[in-house]
Write a protein that binds this ligand. Structure first.
Ligand code: EPZ
Length: 419
């Protein structure tokens, strides 16, 4: 039996939807828990498969965790293993975020190369080069990293590229390295600021997250804490783009303006009628929007690659032509052939999509190729005339908790079933 999502499209969306905690903040924070040997309580867990998988990986290291509703308690008292086999790491890119915390605690690690969404090669050379710059000896063999961190010392590292994961892994490692570490050309995503807030609650001395330089004063030990993770700006952006694509009147509770400024400015350019408050955004659309002529994905605070597929869907039904360039990943247009099946007019030229807006999309049998492409296909199905069947919804479940139920609560005719 195969799970699929069925949508009968063409309806506008009305109502209010809550944004859950951020997958991309939760994952590094889960990795950061092993920096202490006590208990950590994370208050707003999200039932998505990437977090469940990270918990399984932590269990392999000796971390006990218990979940009651959305409250997750992790106990690091019996943390004992510093090895991560490929069976689990293959399925989760974020498993590489554990390298820093494992080296900080054990000063040695054996970690298999990570897997994750097939949106590109996703090398880890910046992770490796940065830890070597702090004195780690790393041998790459048969898909594993053999790391000796006996000579790991605090120091200054400049990242070749502002990698989100490398920033987070290094930041966590340096919290337990005696002396001052200065990390330069780091990523500035809000999830890194949330990680800094979490590490500070554990007693770490970290500052500068959100800027291009992070300074860490190493401490002897960190302790347990309670923490609530920030809302998911990519899920919030997905709902915003769904409302703009389908039309209607939707309030997104937990959408923070400062986390989505780039998207909001593009939507304002498209004469999207929005009411932006401190922790919610209401969007009202009752007409076809004009295309955004030119758009490219760049590191924060620019337009995020994780909203590229969802923005592509909106541009498919706008009035005009959009030239959308993907700069972060070399294979992040997996949604394009599926949208063309639905009547979209998109021409790909290397890492650029030229989208000529059409009046209508039509329901079709489509296949999710990765997490954000899957979410984008749901939005396309909501907009399209007729029935759309979305296969491989497991991709979507990696980062969205019951997405079809959230849209059904906004009046969409959508359900999941087994065929
Ligand atoms: C994080 O991935 C996010 N994942 C991704 O979200 C997001 O798309 C990405 O950051 C960019 O914002 C999590 O936080 C779990 P990077 P990460 O290292 O850390 C290259 C989603 O949909 N690079 O900033 O893997 C890399 O190939 C996911 O939620 C190297 O070349 O991203 C890419 O081109 C998808 N060498 C660019 O940098 C390295 O050592 C950005 O990668 C590391 C990265």
């Amino acid at each position: 039996m195969e799970e699929t999502i069925f949508v009968s499209g063409g309806r506008k969306l009305f109502g209010s939807v809550d944004v859950d905690a951020s997958k991309n903040a939760f994952l590094p924070i889960l990795a950061g828990c092993i920096l202490c040997d006590q208990q950590v309580c994370l208050k707003n867990y999200v039932h998505i498969s990437d977090l469940d998988l990270m918990r399984q990986i932590l269990a392999k290291l000796g971390v006990a965790s218990s979940l009651s509703g959305r409250e997750l308690v992790l106990d690091m008292a019996n943390l004992e293993n510093n090895k991560l086999s490929h069976t689990l790491t293959q399925r989760l890119r974020a498993s590489i975020f554990l390298l820093g915390p494992i080296l900080a605690r054990f000063r040695s690690a054996v970690v298999a190369y990570p897997g994750g969404c097939n949106i590109g090669l996703r090398p880890i050379d910046i992770h490796i080069k940065s830890f070597k710059a702090l004195g780690a000896k790393i041998i790459e063999k048969h898909g594993y990293l053999y790391c000796n961190g006996e000579n790991l010392k605090s120091g200054e590292v400049t990242l070749d590229f502002a990698s989100v994961g490398a920033t987070e892994s290094l930041m966590m490692c340096c919290t337990l390295l005696k002396g001052q570490s200065v990390l330069k050309n780091v990523a500035k995503e809000p999830e890194i600021v949330d990680l800094q807030n979490f590490l500070r609650k554990m007693g770490a001395k970290v500052s500068g997250a959100g800027s291009d330089t992070i300074v860490i004063e190493g401490v002897e030990k960190l302790h347990g804490c309670e923490f609530s993770v920030m809302p998911d700006r990519i899920v919030a952006g997905t709902y915003l783009l769904a409302a703009a694509t389908c039309g209607g009147d939707v309030e997104i509770c937990g959408a923070l303006e400062q986390h989505n400024e780039s998207l909001l400015s593009f939507l304002r350019q498209s004469a999207c009628n929005m009411v932006v408050e401190r922790d919610r955004i209401r969007v009202k659309v009752d007409k076809r929007l004009p295309s955004i002529e030119k758009l490219q994905t760049l590191p924060y605070p620019h337009f995020p690659t994780d909203l590229q597929s969802q923005m592509l869907v909106l541009q498919c039904v706008c009035d005009g032509t959009c030239v959308l360039k993907e700069n972060l990943f070399e294979n992040r247009f997996g949604v394009v052939p599926e949208l063309i099946k639905m009547g979209a007019n998109i021409v790909l030229n290397s890492n650029t999509a030229i989208v000529k807006g059409v009046e209508k999309l039509f329901g079709a049998d489509v296949f999710a190729t990765d997490l954000r492409a899957g979410a984008a296909l749901v939005v396309a199905g909501l907009k399209a005339e007729g029935y759309t069947t979305i296969h491989n919804p497991a991709h979507i479940d990696r980062g969205y908790e019951r997405l079809e139920e959230k849209f059904a609560s906004l009046g969409a005719d959508i359900k999941r079933s087994k065929i």
